[in-house]
Design a protein around this ligand. Sequence first.
Ligand SMILES: [Zn+2]
Ligand SMILES: [Zn+2]
Length: 99
Amino acid sequence: MSAFVSLILCVVACNNSTPEPAPEVALPSVHAVAGVVSGSHADWCGEHAVPESRCTRCDSSLVPAFQVTGDWCGEHAVPESQCLQCSPELKIERPPKES
Ligand SMILES: [Zn+2]
Ligand SMILES: [Zn+2]
């Protein structure tokens, strides 16, 4: 019986660590500022996870350029090369920060 009691005590004693709350990351701006080099680390739309210079959801004037090259998903209104609904395995990588 004493083995059972010490097992209970251990469970209680070993279980008293409080989980750390996930820190809130406040992003000042998720969008690239004007004038960044296209294809650079700074050229990134954090809201839509694509290069800002190619983000048709932020800049609809980019749409015709994609449409003429056939890189357009009419169903989801994004470039086919950015359409995660049609290509869930699609990975758009942010370029590394240049040193
Ligand atoms: Zn965007
Ligand atoms: Zn699509």
